[in-house]
Design a protein around this ligand. Structure first.
Ligand SMILES: [Zn+2]
Length: 442
């Protein structure tokens, strides 16, 4: 095992930039779901006794009692009447300290109205509390509030994103034997606007408003696995390749479904340009979708993965890692290096960092003699920028005597490998039966 530093034959500036973004994202998102305690309580006294006009305006900030029993500051994203003729409203709120997937509807009785802060506090010339905010005011709120995990967005695209995705529409789905709570807005067709739960056929991914419709569908649906070609089978695990052009409806349904659990991703209506790789657990009843990733048929930027998702009921079982590893196995077959499309979701980023760490450090641990970044990249199909950013984040690259070197102390490698966790389900490349996509080919 070489304790001596190995030479790196590549310059660093591009990856240093990439590295910065990746590290900050991971750190922020790691803490996203942890309640951070009660901030701003000291303001209660100051505001006490002031009149609050109901209903509250969109953009208002107020403390709301959360499921941890503590009060947390929220921003009101949307409001609606509790029923058509009721005078009372409920409010869709974003908890300032938490990830957007915890946004939810709350009622006034969960709020501490003494803590209400409106934008109008500073704009007395406004035409009263019921007036809609001016665009300028709205802009001000949005710009003063660039949330955790959103650093990669400029203010304009963030506004657009928030406007489009502000309210979760479907709150739960049924898929196969699972019922799952959803995390984010998904742009289902308008006729699904007023349903809170959708029923999916787990094989063709058709979705329905009522359970009886699904039961009727299941009696006549003849699919028992995703459409397309089975390109991998290992025990009860299968992967199917589905062409967005040949199976348009299936792939569009998959996108609607996936968006319920993915933030920050443009939903591609133009599924023609993509291949979808569907991971299934198979038994005597059929092949049950666990997750998927999509991949552009032709990527100018060298992306080997566009969207990746493990459905919530299958998370924490190593399937996300399996999908990432699988995407690199495809790249190896294509004899290309690849990288995931940016921005990555928070969960995606954590998984990728773990994957890169495990793969690269496993090689460094076993390797004797010097090795270059380029060689590491060729062996793994991991793009050089990602190799460098991973090693930099682990502080395994140092600048010594005018050269960048990998400092691969075996003890340090072991420590990092342990921290990265094990890879879970492994991809057996010998079981992958696949030829790269060719336009017009089979
Ligand atoms: Zn079906």
């Amino acid at each position: 095992m070489p304790a001596a530093p190995m030479k790196v034959e590549q310059d660093l500036p591009a990856a240093e930039r990439a590295n910065g973004a990746v590290v900050s994202g991971a750190a922020v998102n790691g803490a996203a779901e942890r309640p951070l305690g009660h901030g701003g309580a000291e303001e209660n006294g100051r505001k006490r006794g002031r009149e609050v006009t109901l209903p509250l305006e969109v953009g208002t900030r107020v403390m709301v009692k959360w499921r941890d029993g503590k009060y947390h500051m929220v921003k009101v994203i949307e409001r609606r009447r509790l029923s058509a003729h009721a005078p009372d409203y409920e409010y869709y709120v974003h908890y300032m300290e938490f990830n957007r997937r915890l946004d939810e509807w709350v009622q006034v009785d969960a709020m501490d109205l003494n803590t209400v802060e409106t934008e109008n506090d500073d704009n007395k010339d406004d035409k009263g509390a019921t007036t809609k905010m001016t665009r300028q005011q709205k802009k001000k709120i949005d710009e003063s509030h660039v949330e955790e995990g959103h650093e990669e967005f400029d203010a304009a695209s963030l506004r657009e994103h928030e406007e489009f995705t502000k309210v979760k529409n479907i709150s739960a789905i049924e898929l196969g034997k699972y019922e799952m709570d959803t995390w984010y807005f998904s742009p289902f067709p308008p006729e699904y606007n007023n349903v809170s739960k959708l029923y999916f056929c787990e094989f063709c991914l058709s979705f329905m408003k009522r359970k009886e419709q699904l039961s009727r569908h299941m009696r006549k649906c003849d699919l028992k696995h995703p459409p397309g070609d089975e390109i991998y089978r290992n025990r009860s695990i299968s992967m199917f390749e589905v062409d967005g052009k040949k199976n348009k409806v299936y792939c569009q349904n998959l996108c609607y479904l996936a968006k319920l659990f993915l933030d920050h991703k443009t939903l591609y209506y133009d599924v023609d340009l993509f291949l979808f790789y569907i991971l299934c657990e198979c038994d005597e009843r059929g092949c049950h979708i666990v997750g998927y990733f999509s991949k552009e048929k032709h990527s100018e930027e060298g992306y080997n993965l566009a969207c990746i998702l493990t459905l919530p009921s299958y998370q924490r079982k190593g399937y996300g890692k399996f999908l990432i590893a699988f995407s690199y196995e495809l790249s190896k077959k294509e004899a290309k290096v690849g990288t995931p499309e940016r921005p990555l979701s928070d969960l995606g980023l954590v998984s990728y960092r773990g994957y890169w760490t495990r793969v690269l450090l496993d090689i460094l641990k076993r390797h004797r003699g010097s090795i270059s970044i380029k060689e590491l990249s060729d062996m793994t199909a991991i793009k050089t920028e990602d190799v460098i950013s991973t090693l930099q984040a682990l502080e395994l690259i140092q600048y010594r005597k005018g050269q960048h070197v990998i400092c691969a102390d075996p003890k340090v490698l072991d420590r990092h490998l342990k921290a990265a966790g094990r890879g879970g389900l492994t991809v057996d490349a010998s079981k992958l039966i696949w030829t790269p996509y060719k336009e017009g080919g089979g």
